[in-house]
Design a protein around this ligand. Structure first.
Ligand code: ADP
Ligand code: MG
Length: 597
């Protein structure tokens, strides 16, 4: 007798369920999406034991007609699409018609539903795919679905469920995604009878972020809005100094559907490049809107991956919207002066005049100060209380200051900082950070032009590596080549490195390669070539830049300041730290409590 048999429908559904229903959180997602598609204004999600025991989702949506109740659980039963044309412009969350069938195939499910035009509800029970006949029942307009004992007939699947706490974390994450995308809905989440979130119907995602996330994530977000032809980009961006060690605060929504997209995540990284330390992750909430025919959501059963018709275009739209915002925003530097010092407005015209006059006098005083000190040695005598040892004062003339008529002095103090007057205050520059930035930008330009120059090591460096490291090294072969690193096997668990980038000359080859291998392993299969290249260049820039504590000649200072003018992002070192702090007269006046002048 033959061995091949066709599986019955029920078994097929059980197997298919695995694709969509992975854990309680997937059930929550599918049921909430159905409620949204049904036009609900209010959705209540109740779970027990992280959803392992019970998931109940009730809504006030359009309901399901009594005679349709069994149909809703047939595989590929959907009210949302009819023809293949419809697939090209999907406006609903669901369309595959498989969620209910899948969930019902692997749990004990009860649905009670009542359409608005019906005087009573209908109830249907399904036990691992076995349907009961629908019966009339009492219930409000809308639909309630109860899912108990997920995977109870599939012990192997059930074993994969984690603790109630872990499952609950996933449930909260799914709930959060929907809450962000649908701020106009009233949403409630309860766990074990306790309210986790009770979200009033609101207007904007920003309101929701304030409730759903810790203040360190939610506060001071920068808002971006841009409409460019067919794509609308809206984003809430964390300030660079609020970047996180985890990437879990990066959300992408496309037409209100949460998606993961490597390309767009990369655009986030690019937008913040140079503004934050490379191993940190910015906080980004991105909301994209585009016509459904420009992408395909029907790529993956859970619909979190999409295929864009023109991914490059989407990438560059997102990158430029974010980057423009970040570069045009005055980002906070170290918390030196209280923010309140910046606002100085008054309605009294006389007070305003006096204030202007005061500012003028402060400016004059500062000009005088810097002018008299440009004479060099005079400084020592005139400043008996200077905390700076005289040898550290190194004034230099800087012709091109904002105030063209007065040649200003630039002072190097403690061989580490440059102090430079500006038109309305003064600036303290971190010489190392600034030089590092300038060099980094040059190196990036050089690397873009071609592969990095490498030099052959006189004696190869032998390194012990694990199997996993070796594997990672092989996978990253093309990047390693671009860096100018040549290596080959040297025994079963060691490699010989033969050449190394000229830029990194002076670094320990062993240390560098070990670091690089760690980075490869951390990043798993998706080593980001550009990111790693950027890191190499950062190290090189850091190593080559003037150090703190290094005396500079007047010509060197002048060169540094001239180069700064040509730099693209002179305000931040490659690790994202500020290169200079600016103090305005207003701030000074505030600090002096207006008594100084
Ligand atoms: P899909 O959402 O892909 O259409 P589902 O299996 O999730 O497939 O749902 C099947 C059908 O059941 C839907 O097309 C819809 O007509 C109906 N349905 C499911 N949930 C609800 C609900 N909460 N309110 C009204 N109708 C629903
Ligand atoms: Mg659905």
């Amino acid at each position: 007798m033959g061995k091949i048999a066709v599986l019955d429908d029920n078994l097929v559904n059980m197997i298919a369920a695995g694709e969509v229903i992975e854990r309680p959180a997937s059930v929550v997602k599918e049921l909430m999406e159905n409620s949204i598609d049904a036009g609900a204004r209010r959705i209540v999600v109740q779970v027990e034991q992280g959803g392992r025991d019970l998931i109940r989702v009730s809504d006030d949506g359009c309901g399901i007609a009594f005679e349709d109740l069994p149909l809703a659980f047939e595989p590929h039963a959907t009210s949302k699409i009819r023809t293949s044309e419809d697939l090209l412009r999907i406006a609903t969350m669901g369309f595959r018609g498989e969620a209910l069938a899948s969930i019902a195939a692997v749990s004990r499910l009860v649905m009670v539903s009542r359409p608005a035009d019906s005087i009573q509800a209908g109830r249907i029970e399904i036990d691992c795919g076995q349907k009961s006949l629908p019966v009339p029942a009492a219930g409000p307009v809308g639909t309630a679905v109860e899912v108990r004992q997920l995977f109870y007939k599939l012990p192997a699947r059930r074993k994969f469920l984690r603790s109630a706490n872990t499952e609950m974390t996933h449930v909260v994450e799914q709930f959060t995604r929907i809450a962000l995308a649908y701020p106009e809905l009233e949403l409630v989440l309860e766990h074990g009878g306790r309210t986790v979130y009770s979200l009033r119907a609101g207007r904007s995602p920003a309101e929701r972020i304030g409730v759903l996330f810790p203040s360190a994530v939610a506060e001071d977000l920068l808002e971006v809005r841009r409409q460019e032809k067919a794509i609308a980009v809206q984003a809430l961006l964390g300030r660079p100094d609020r970047a996180r060690t985890s990437s879990s605060y990066q959300y992408i929504f496309l037409n209100r559907r949460y998606i993961r997209d490597k390309f767009i995540l990369h655009a986030f990284k690019e937008a913040y490049r140079g503004l934050i330390e490379p191993q940190k992750h910015p906080v980004v909430f991105l909301f994209l809107q585009m016509p459904p025919e420009l992408f395909d959501v029907n790529v993956h059963p859970t619909k979190t991956e999409v295929r864009f018709e023109n991914a490059n275009w989407v990438y560059s739209q997102v990158l430029s919207a974010l980057r423009d915002k970040l570069l045009s925003t005055e980002l906070p530097t170290a918390g030196t002066v209280p923010a309140s010092a910046a606002s100085f407005h008054t309605d009294d015209p006389l007070e305003e005049l006096l204030q202007k006059d005061r500012e003028g006098r402060i400016r004059q005083a500062m000009n005088d100060f810097f002018q008299s000190h440009s004479a060099g040695t005079a400084v020592q005598k005139k400043l008996p209380f200077s905390p700076v040892p005289p040898a550290d004062w190194k004034p230099t003339e800087v012709g091109e200051s904002k105030n063209e008529s007065v040649p200003f002095a630039c002072l190097q103090i403690h061989n580490s900082y440059l102090v430079l007057p500006t038109a309305d205050g003064f600036e303290v520059i971190d010489q190392h950070a600034l030089h590092e930035r300038i060099l980094y930008e040059r190196l990036c330009a050089a690397a873009e032009a071609g592969p990095l120059a490498s030099q052959r090591l006189l004696v190869p460096v032998i390194l012990d590596v694990s199997d996993a490291q070796l594997d990672a090294l092989r996978r990253a072969a093309s990047l390693v080549g671009k860096l100018g690193i040549e290596w080959d096997l040297f025994g079963p668990r060691s490699i010989a490195v033969h050449s190394f980038p000229v830029l990194l000359e002076g670094l320990s080859v062993e240390e560098y390669i070990q670091d690089m291998l760690d980075a490869f392993l951390d990043k798993g299969s998706d080593v980001d070539e550009e990111q790693l290249l950027a890191e190499v260049l950062e190290r090189a820039a850091c190593r080559a830049a003037v150090k703190a504590g290094q005396p500079l000649t007047a010509a060197e200072i002048e060169q540094l300041l001239a180069d700064r003018k040509l730099a693209e992002t002179p305000g931040r070192c490659p690790h994202g730290r500020p290169t200079s702090l600016v103090f305005t007269l207003k701030e000074l006046e505030k600090q002096f409590k207006r008594t100084g002048f």
